[in-house]
Write a protein that binds this ligand. Structure first.
Ligand SMILES: NC(=O)c1ccc[n+]([C@@H]2O[C@H](COP(=O)([O-])OP(=O)(O)OC[C@H]3O[C@@H](n4cnc5c(N)ncnc54)[C@H](O)[C@@H]3O)[C@@H](O)[C@H]2O)c1
Ligand SMILES: [Fe+2]
Length: 519
């Protein structure tokens, strides 16, 4: 498809007329505009949209037929089949009005209303997706938005030297230091402990931390009478510490606090997050990702500043010994946060700014960091890329690549960054037609021309250059595709994806992901 779009040419006016006639034949709304943006042909149809009260303005990107027009004749390939709407962008059929009326009862508290709206948005988007069998749909995004960053960021070479002072400022006298054996073996725990003489060490964290581990660490926190948390490591120790924080101030199991279940109402104890990988950005995100073996999924906790670290202490020196494979996987994770948050329906200017900068830094410095781990400049830029990628999340979710990697990550234990990287290119290829201008800007940030296709090709090149393993090497087999597609569809991070993606769509993306990386 990429090549087809690139070669696309021909008489534009004729094509416009042809598309308009084809839409009329299908009983679809009239053609609003046919344009090429970001190297992609976009066909926008006229469409009215009712707006549910209390939820705010809605954006509907419906009926883009880009990429589905064959080069010569301009025939549609059948993707965007239209419903019974009349031509000319006039009134919506009653059935759609009913959908819009699924508004949240005003009797609930603002917090509960916010959560109900989230569920409503998912159902709304999905029902519309079903209705149109593959049309590209936006989700309901509230008119009034917020940017919430509860974390003070202290960064620079040697920043670890500030730990004592920062812990004291936060009133910690007996923190729980949450880390893992790999970080300990890399010699990073000792300098931290020098500054925290009364800390209790919990070094049992493993990649993709699970419910049981969090419970065990919380028990240590309570038994030892700790009064704060210091997380030292990659996303796994930092997420564990956040989850411990939630458990110790609320009681119960972290399972109870899965997003959209029991709300988090209390601030976690003081937390200093010290990343030793440059990837997840968990030091500044409002999320903790925990594995539930029983359901074979990873679930999200958070979406509220109450779970954010109090301080992110970012010292690139701690990353100098990170092995190339971990550098590559985690760096691609940072890239995926930038790309998904920049293109998802929830994007907003603040997040756009940090997302683009994260993408640019990864595009420029990841290869350098993988090839020469001791390059301090590359490590510093990658540390910032991860931080900015994490900030681009905000309180919302990412998109289809994370829906896939988080759901599949509960099936086979593999590095989150590598798995996300493996599906990121195919997701972008699938999504591109829904947000071509945005993908063109990503291309520029990656250092190639302002063309969505060129940007995705560069993303594939980068994935290969840094040696991201194939799907099989990550432990998956092609006969799992139907199951993987189904659980990805169930993952709430599908919601903000710029293009509606159903189980069939996920299967297509997975097939593409399996075919990549093999030489
Ligand atoms: N909270 C969020 O917002 C968020 C976002 C994305 C991913 N995640 C989650 O984060 C986890 C992944 O975190 P990660 O990718 O940072 O990996 P990780 O924390 O699991 O660490 C991977 C490996 O690298 C080793 N390591 C870490 N730092 C090292 C160093 N400086 N030198 C040598 N070895 C080092 C660790 O010992 C471990 O074996 C996953 O569970 C993922 O789902 C969370
Ligand atoms: Fe991620």
């Amino acid at each position: 498809m990429l090549r087809e779009l690139r070669d696309f040419g021909g008489a534009f006016r004729d094509l416009e007329r042809h598309v308009d006639r084809s839409l009329a034949r299908l009983g679809a709304p009239g053609l609003h505009e046919l344009r090429i943006c970001g190297g992609v042909l976009v066909c926008e149809v006229e469409q009215a949209l009712s707006q549910p009260d209390g939820v705010g303005a809605a954006r509907l990107v419906l009926g883009e037929a880009s990429g589905q027009l064959s080069k010569g004749g301009g025939e549609r390939a059948g993707d965007c089949r239209r419903g019974p709407a009349r031509r000319g962008g006039r009134a919506l059929p009653e059935s759609r009005r009913e959908l819009a009326e699924g508004e949240v009862p005003k009797t609930h508290s603002p917090t509960i209303r916010g959560r109900l709206r989230g569920l409503f948005r998912l159902n709304y988007a999905r029902r519309r997706g079903n209705e149109h069998e593959g049309g590209r749909l936006g989700v309901q995004v509230e008119t009034v938005r917020s940017v919430e960053v509860p974390t003070r960021i202290v960064h620079g070479l040697g920043a670890l030297g500030r730990l004592r002072e920062l812990a004291a400022e936060l009133g910690m006298s007996r923190p729980l230091l949450v880390t893992d054996r790999g970080v300990e073996a890399a010699g990073l725990t000792a300098p931290a402990l020098e500054q925290l003489p009364h800390a209790v060490v919990f070094a049992d964290v493993f990649p993709n931390p699970d419910v049981e581990l969090v419970g065990r660490a919380s028990a240590v926190y309570l038994e030892e009478g700790c009064d704060g948390l210091v997380a030292l490591g990659g996303g796994s120790p930092i997420d564990t510490a956040k989850a411990v924080g939630v458990e110790v101030v609320h009681g119960g199991s972290i399972l109870d606090y899965e997003y959209d279940h029991t709300p988090i109402t209390n601030r976690i104890p003081p937390l200093v997050a010290i990343p030793t990988t440059a990837g997840t950005g968990s030091e500044v995100t409002l999320w903790s990702v925990i594995t539930d073996h029983e359901r074979q999924i990873k679930f999200n906790v958070g979406g509220t500043p109450l779970i954010g670290a109090h301080v992110a202490l970012v010292d690139p020196e701690l990353m100098l010994g990170l092995p190339p494979a971990v550098t590559a996987a985690t760096g691609m994770d940072a890239l995926s946060h930038g790309v998904e948050c920049f293109t998802c329906d929830y994007h907003q200017p603040f997040n756009d700014a940090v997302a683009l900068q994260a993408i640019e830094l990864v595009g420029r410095w990841l290869r350098v960091a993988v090839n020469d781990g001791s390059n301090v400049e590359a490590r510093t830029h990658m540390a910032h890329a991860a931080l900015l990628g994490g900030m681009s999340y905000g309180t919302e979710s990412a998109g289809a690549a994370h829906a896939m990697s988080q759901s599949a990550g509960g099936v086979h234990d593999c590095p989150h960054g590598a798995l996300t990287a493996r599906v990121l290119g195919p997701v972008c290829e699938y999504n591109m037609i829904a947000a071509p201008e945005r993908y063109a800007r990503i291309a520029v940030a990656l250092g190639v021309k302002a063309d969505a296709v060129a940007g995705i090709e560069e993303l594939y090149r980068l994935t290969d250059d840094v040696g991201i393993p194939t799907m099989e090497q990550l432990g998956f087999s092609e006969n799992e595709i139907p199951m993987l597609a189904r659980i990805a569809y169930e993952d709430p991070q599908s919601i903000g994806n710029p293009r509606e993606v159903d189980v069939v769509g996920y299967e297509e993306i997975y097939r593409n992901a399996f075919s990549r990386g093999k030489r």
